[in-house]
Design a protein around this ligand. Structure first.
Ligand SMILES: NC(=O)c1ccc[n+]([C@@H]2O[C@H](COP(=O)([O-])OP(=O)(O)OC[C@H]3O[C@@H](n4cnc5c(N)ncnc54)[C@H](OP(=O)(O)O)[C@@H]3O)[C@@H](O)[C@H]2O)c1
Length: 358
C-alpha cells in the first residue's frame, strides 16, 4: 500500500516527480482525473493508480485518507488547491504543492492552526518556485537580522533553455492566472502593492555576467515575507531587454485582457497546443541562478548567489526530498520550505552551490 500520492501525476511535472520517486525507491500512488492518462504511466513505472476528480469529494477523501501525504502537482492551483487542502485537513494527510500563485500561497498559510490541530503539515511552493529562493533569502536574512529590504532575482529562463521551450504548459497557464488575479506586485512596509508590468527593471551582477531583470510577482513576495518578516520585498526575473521594453509598453493593457476569462481560456488552449516544456537535454544541461540581497536602514548589505539545475529538474529532485523529510519528521502547521527545513536544505539537492557576495 502506497504511503504517499502524487495528484496531477500525468502532467509534465508530475511525471518527472513520479520518475524521481521511483529512482529513489518510492512507490507512490499515482492520481489524477484521467484514467486514460494514468494507466499507461502506472504500467510503465510499476505503480498503483487512482482516477478521481477534485469535485468528487467523497471519492477524493477516500483516496487521500489511504495515504500519509499528498504531493499536489495539478495546476493552475487557483482551481485545484482548495479541494485537496480540504481533503487533507479532513483526512489527516500532509499537504505539499508546487504552486507559485500568490493567492493560493496566501490561502494555504491561513490553515496553520487547523493543520496543527490535525497533526499535519501544509507546505505550498515546494518546487523551483520557491525552495531555492526561500532558502537563499533565509540565509542572507540570517546574516543581517535588522534588514528592512530584500531583493530576489531569478535567472532561470535565459540560462540553459530559451523562453517558451523553458516552461511547461501548466506553468504558462499559471502565469496567466497570476497576472490576471494579482497583476504585478511588490511588498512595501508589509503590504502587497500593485506596480506596472515592465517597470522597475535594473541590472544585477551574476557570476556569469550582468543581467537585466524586471519585477514579477514570484512566490517569495508571500513565502519570503513569512520566512524573514522583512517588510520590503521585490522579486525579479531576468529577461532580454526587448521583452522588458515590450512589457512596459503593453503592461496595463495586457492585465486588462487577461482579466477576461474567455481570453485566458483561449490563450490556455493555444498554450496546450504550442508548449511542450523543456526537453530532456534542456533539463539535464540547464542551469539556474538566484541572487538575494538584504539591506538595513544604515545601508549595510548581505548578499549571496545560488547556482542550481534546470527548474523542472530541480522541482522533481527537491520535491521527493521534501516528501522524505516530511514522512521522516514531525512537522506541523502551515510552513514555508525554509522555515521547515532551514537555509541549507537546498544545498542537499545535487548540483546546487551557494556563493557569498559580500
Ligand atoms: N513551483 C514550481 O517551481 C513549479 C514547477 C513546475 C510546475 N509548477 C506548477 O505545477 C502545475 C502543473 O505544471 P505542469 O508542468 O505539470 O503542467 P501540465 O503539464 O499542464 O500538467 C497539469 C496537470 O494538472 C492537471 N490538472 C489541471 N487542472 C486540473 C483540475 N481542475 N483537476 C484535476 N487535475 C487538473 C492536468 O490533468 P489533465 O492532464 O487531466 O488535464 C495535468 O495532470 C502548474 O501550475 C505549474 O505552474 C510549479
Amino acid at each position: 500500500m502506497a504511503d504517499w500520492m502524487i495528484y496531477g501525476a500525468t502532467g509534465y511535472t508530475g511525471v518527472l516527480v513520479a520518475e524521481e520517486a521511483v529512482r529513489r525507491g518510492h512507490k507512490p500512488l499515482l492520481a489524477g482525473r484521467s484514467e486514460a492518462k494514468l494507466k499507461p504511466l502506472a504500467e510503465r513505472l510499476g505503480l498503483e493508480y487512482a482516477a478521481v476528480s477534485l469535485d468528487e469529494t467523497a471519492a477524493l477523501e477516500k483516496i487521500v485518507g489511504s495515504v500519509k501525504l499528498v504531493y499536489h502537482a495539478a495546476g493552475p492551483f487557483t482551481y485545484t488547491s482548495q479541494p485537496m487542502l480540504q481533503a487533507c485537513l479532513k483526512m489527516g494527510a500532509h499537504y505539499l504543492d508546487i504552486t507559485g500563485e500568490l493567492p493560493v500561497l496566501q490561502n494555504a498559510f491561513k490553515y496553520d492552526a487547523a493543520a496543527q490541530e490535525k497533526g499535519i503539515v501544509i507546505i505550498p511552493g515546494v518546487g523551483f518556485d520557491v525552495i531555492p529562493s526561500d532558502c537563499l533569502l533565509r540565509y542572507v536574512a540570517d546574516h543581517l537580522p535588522d534588514a528592512t529590504h530584500l531583493e530576489v532575482v531569478l535567472d532561470a529562463l535565459s540560462s540553459g533553455s530559451d523562453i517558451g521551450g523553458g516552461v511547461s504548459a501548466g506553468t504558462a497557464k499559471s502565469i496567466l492566472e497570476i497576472l490576471a488575479a494579482v497583476g504585478n506586485l511588490m511588498r512595501q512596509e508589509g503590504q502587497l502593492v500593485p506596480i506596472p508590468l515592465g517597470s522597475g527593471a535594473k541590472q544585477f551582477r551574476f557570476p556569469h555576467g550582468e543581467r537585466l531583470a524586471m519585477p514579477i510577482p514570484w512566490g517569495d513576495l508571500e513565502v519570503g515575507y513569512r520566512t524573514t518578516q522583512i517588510p520590503n520585498i521585490t522579486t525579479y526575473l531576468t529577461f532580454p531587454p526587448t521583452i522588458i521594453r515590450l512589457t512596459r509598453v503593453m503592461g496595463w493593457a495586457l492585465r486588462g485582457l487577461l482579466k477576461r476569462r474567455f481570453i485566458r481560456n483561449f490563450a490556455g488552449k493555444q498554450i496546450d497546443h504550442l508548449i511542450i516544456g523543456p526537453s530532456e537535454h534542456a533539463r539535464q544541461t540547464g542551469r539556474s541562478f538566484i541572487y538575494a540581497r538584504t539591506s538595513n536602514a544604515a545601508g549595510k548589505q548581505a548578499a549571496a548567489w545560488l547556482e542550481t539545475g534546470e527548474a523542472y529538474q530541480f522541482t522533481a529532485i527537491a520535491g521527493v526530498r521534501v516528501v522524505e523529510q516530511v514522512l521522516d519528521g514531525a512537522y506541523r502547521g502551515a510552513l514555508t520550505p525554509a522555515l521547515a527545513f532551514g537555509a541549507d536544505f537546498v544545498l542537499e539537492i545535487e548540483g546546487t552551490r551557494r556563493m557569498d557576495s559580500l
